[in-house]
Ligand binder design. Sequence first.
Ligand code: C5P
Length: 399
Amino acid sequence: MIAGKRILLIIGGGIAAFKAVDLVRLLKAGGASVVPVLTRAGAQFVTPLTLAALAGHKVHQDLFDLTEEAEMGHIQLSRAADLVVVVPATADLMAKMAGGHADDLASTLLMATDKPVMIAPAMNVRMWEHPATQRNLATLQADGVRVIGPVDGSMACGEYGPGRMVEPAEILAAIDAALTEGPLAGRRVLVTSGPTHEPIDPVRYIANRSSGAQGTALAAALRDLGAQVVFVTGPATVPPPTGVQVIKVETARQMLDAVQAALPVDAAVMAAAVADWRVANAASSKMKKDGTGRAPGLEFAENPDILATVSKHPTARPGLVVGFAAETDTVVDHATAKRLRKGCDWIVANDVRPDTGIMGGSSNAVTIISGQGAESWPMMAKDEVARRLAARIAGALQG
Ligand code: C5P
């Protein structure tokens, strides 16, 4: 709920700053109060007058404004908010935050605050993908900063790719989620979801029937209990939930990289249907029929086991690791053996024989296998499975 909440909104200097104006409008419409802080670069893109008029509040710009210091002080300004939001977070602002700089009002507020911080990065594709930005991102995440976006899209600079800021409505949903007081408030939870695609050549791939519905429902349920959710998803057919950090991947190996980059987390819920094998001899250009009638021989290599890697992580094993097991026969026996083999705490097992309609469907009948034994739940909507599982995860993290 954003009504009655106070948002300290730091507007960085990027073309996406114009979207911050819309965000102010949405926050105000939802009953929040907004205190805008405009960086020097931000003021090149939006005017203080526009922001002040929409926010109904003075815009803060200068660290050394003495009247301001006498009236309020930057320390107090940084603490009076319920949440500090940076929109857009430029590469420069992220670097300052990660490095602990405090040489202007925005960076000083970010250093001085004792409140949760959320950033919506926006920058050119190359700048986003630059190792320095990725290092800063990892540092900020480890510091507990909530990151929303960026997403793939065309950018003002004419390039296409990751770096485009998420839309204001999406930022609003993330703010709403961040302000939710729930049993998972302050907890960071990783959820993997969807299938993986393993390329055969540049146009063909091997996939499975996972829709990503159960993982998506789980991420939403964990978010609703106040968790900061990092959602690593393969190419799913259902859209990712709002208000979570979405990281899109295609292959199992990319998923492993994204998962490792997301650590440390309090809990990891691995609902993705990861391909066990990839094509070892994937072609770099499209395979052609050679006229002889001979089919190409595909060779397979085993993919890394992401769940086992996280469960057996030497330094950053999450406090709770939950795996899934999609089986077609002797479900509980297989899943019980899998729990031990992979080293996770719980396995959520389900029967995915085609006649159950579970894979790709909207209902699920699961058995939760833990060190205490197996507990079967009746068939219910995947949303309900997600809510119950999220509540149980919250209980386990509290206990
Ligand atoms: O071995 P199996 O695929 O049945 O195990 C299912 C569980 O293991 C799921 O939680 C899935 O996300 C995870 N898994 C994984 N990496 C793999 C294969 C499965 O993390 N390569």
